[in-house]
Design a protein. Structure first.
Length: 332
């Protein structure tokens, strides 16, 4: 059910690239612990609406030593495409366009199966290529956080440590061990975030899995060290009947426009196609025309939303909680 990968015209392959070989580049393990949305204080109703039961996991291994070294050499060459935004200080998007290794790794069936097992439901790599293989780099401005307090506008992702965590100080991946609503209340009261967990990655090649739309998190400022690199890989549920939390408005602030609008259109068309295919197989025989119309509207809702978003001339806004929590994403 994966969307067919396409490479935009005029993209030049990296000279450091290599083919991804699972037997050589992977070394998979499972996390020691997984916390659920229930553990984070979400209500039964909120849990039922979420596509995954997971909140966050402890780090677990994905890449072998050779896989890490290969990825590091690719990231070095990819830095020519780095960008910056108000929220994310130094990052690379669209990395899969340039690297066969990254395409193979991010779409690996072995990794997909593991992520599905840890998350609690079958998954697909995010059909929008720009949401795959996002790379965060050490900020050039030492006063800036790698990424500010926020929740994701994707449902599920892992954060993979690419650098040796012993080679830098600070730069912790941190998350608030409670609900989005409680995080916003704490920030409004100016209490800070009292239930913050600092993640310690054992070594490069280990990843943490989170339902990023439900977990308030950030990557803190790097205090010392020349490098702090992570790779973020995103997923959607295999079952297409989920509420998509992705927003084109966010992407406008981080993605190259020459890639973004076509990728967004393809993604929304993919979701509609899968829902229509399901509808063709499952739509009931009935004389209730209103019910049939309702099913059809639900199936094409993603496309209608995409048309509306594409017609919006605004420059977009990448929300976060760091300055004024009320400008961040308000919890459902």
């Amino acid at each position: 059910m994966n969307i067919e990968f396409r490479i935009p015209p005029d993209v030049i392959k990296l000279t450091s690239d290599t083919l991804f070989e699972p037997s050589k580049h992977l070394k998979l393990s499972e996390p020691d612990q997984v916390w659920s949305l229930k553990d984070f204080g979400y209500s039964e109703e909120q849990q039922a609406k979420a596509p995954f039961p997971i909140a966050v996991s402890t780090p677990f291994r994905l890449l072998s030593n050779e896989g890490v070294e290969t990825l590091r050499s690719i990231v070095t060459e990819l830095t020519q495409y780095r960008r910056a935004s108000e929220r994310i200080a130094n990052y690379i998007r669209g990395a899969l366009y340039y690297s066969e290794f990254l395409r193979g790794f991010c779409m690996s069936e072995d990794v997909n199966a593991l992520i599905g097992k840890v998350s609690g439901a079958p998954v697909l790599p995010h059909p929008m290529s720009l949401y795959q293989g996002h790379i965060n780099l050490k900020p050039e401005d030492p006063t800036r956080e790698v990424d500010r307090w926020h929740v994701d506008t994707i449902l599920l992702d892992y954060v993979l440590m690419v650098s040796d965590p012993k080679s830098f100080q600070g730069g912790h991946f941190e998350y608030f061990q409670s609900t989005k609503a409680e995080a916003i209340r704490s920030l409004i009261r100016d209490d800070g975030l009292p239930n913050v967990v600092k993640v310690e990655f054992p070594k490069a090649g280990f990843a943490l899995l989170q339902q990023g739309n439900k977990v308030v998190h950030r990557a803190n400022r790097v205090d010392s060290g020349n490098e702090r690199t992570t790779l973020v890989q995103s997923y959607i549920p295999e079952d297409p009947h989920f509420v998509d939390v992705s927003k084109l408005n966010d992407c406008k602030k981080v993605d190259p426009p020459e890639f973004l609008f076509t990728e967004w259109s393809r993604y929304k068309a993919f979701l509609a196609r899968e829902k229509l295919n399901h509808l063709i197989d499952q739509i009931p025989y009935t004389t209730d025309k209103s019910l049939l119309s309702h099913y059809l509207r639900l199936a094409i809702r993603d496309v209608e939303e995409a048309i509306f978003e594409l017609s919006d001339p605004s420059e977009g806004q990448l929300n976060h909680f760091s300055d004024d929590p009320l400008t961040g994403l308000i919890p459902e």
